[in-house]
Design a protein around this ligand. Structure first.
Ligand code: PEP
Ligand code: MN
Length: 350
């Protein structure tokens, strides 16, 4: 933390230095021409907060030197993180497309959708078995049975699968089945869930909370990473604004912003981001050109019969058309739909 002194008097500076040291930090004095600054160095966890020194009369301002998300931030980790999931690489040259229904509704429905999205070129299967619904009377998901159906569909198609986990208690069970754990928008600041996912051995797909800033979202990634799980994928899925034409306002700027602030992969979910099926393709294409590492798209064989999110789900034919366009557009951001074998190839040719 940096403490900017309002006073230049020796006794005032010494007083603050003593306070900083008493809080367990090292104090480094930087005496400029116009200002005296104290750099307080140390781990903030378990110690009183330096920020409260701002209440001292002789202190002008207290602010952090480094970003608070030390593990998720690019400051301490320059290279992009690349996460391997089965045959896929997330965060490298491959553009991953996660597709499937909002909810797993039956064995037949998930098998049919899995084959259709695979055929169209998707690389990861999605489907919800535990559903966070606004109403307790809405369909809550097939739960463990849904996980079994997802596993079967994943094995039948060779697509790894991602599914949501809603509570810390569900983490061990869902990790037994799923290749990636999805933490939903409503749970982005459920700190016990973040810590439990951080203890799991699965990559974590962290959706942005609908009322969260990018800083808060990165701090949630930091929770997962602080438990030793470095494989976090950031997913922008739209935030609440005053706009009502779309379900949420998809913050496309999250792509370059996350890329600047963090080394973690970033995925766009245009389905929840817009809530309307015919807005999904334009936003998916924009995301690819903006440099997203992947897309999450809801696809249902018969959207009008879907148990959840039918209005924003693409029919398999429309998804297949979109995939053709995405294949072309991916070239604009130096990506391909195929697995990133770049590292292996360059190692072989050197
Ligand atoms: C979902 O992916 O179906 C879902 C519930 O997403 P979100 O958490 O973004 O609302
Ligand atoms: Mn959904």
């Amino acid at each position: 933390m940096v403490i900017v002194m309002a006073s230049r008097k020796r006794e005032d500076i010494d007083h603050v230095v003593k306070k900083v040291e008493a809080l367990g930090y090292q104090a480094h004095l930087i005496e400029g021409v116009e200002r005296t600054v104290i750099a307080a160095i140390g781990d903030e966890r378990g110690k009183s907060r330096l920020q409260s020194l701002e209440s001292l009369e002789h202190v002008e301002r207290v602010f952090p030197i480094l970003k608070s998300y030390k593990l998720a931030g690019r400051e301490s980790h320059e290279e992009d993180t690349i996460i391997n999931v089965g045959p896929c690489t997330i965060g490298g040259k491959q553009l991953v497309v996660m597709a499937g229904p909002c909810s797993v509704e039956s064995r037949e429905q998930i098998l049919e959708t899995a084959h259709a999205v695979k055929e169209a070129g998707a690389t990861i299967l999605r489907g919800g078995a535990y559903k966070p619904r606004t109403s307790p009377y809405s369909f809550q998901g097939l739960q463990e049975e849904g996980l079994k159906f997802l596993k079967e569909a994943s094995e039948a198609t060779g697509l790894p699968f991602i599914t949501e986990v809603m509570t810390p208690e569900q983490v061990p069970l869902v990790s037994q089945y799923a290749d990636i754990l999805q933490l939903g928008a409503r749970n982005m600041q459920n700190y016990s869930l973040l810590l439990a996912a951080g203890k799991s051995n699965r990559p974590v797909f962290l959706k942005r909370g609908m009322m969260s800033t990018i800083n808060e979202w990165l701090m949630s990634a930091e929770y997962v990473m602080s438990e030793g799980n470095a494989d976090v994928i950031m997913c922008e899925r739209g935030i609440r604004t005053f706009e009502t034409e779309t379900r949420n306002t998809l913050d496309m700027s999250a792509v370059p912003v996350i890329k600047k602030l963090s080394h973690l992969p970033v995925v766009i979910d245009p389905s929840h981001g817009t809530g309307v099926w015919n807005y999904v393709a334009p936003m998916a294409k924009a995301a690819v050109v903006a440099g997203a590492d992947g897309l999450m798209i809801e696809v249902h064989p018969r959207p009008s019969e879907a148990f959840s999110d039918g209005a924003q789900s693409l029919k398999p034919e429309r998804f297949a058309e979109l995939m053709k366009e995405i294949r072309e557009l991916a070239k604009f951001s130096g990506k391909t739909l195929e697995a990133d074998t770049g590292a292996a190839i360059s190692a072989g040719t050197n």
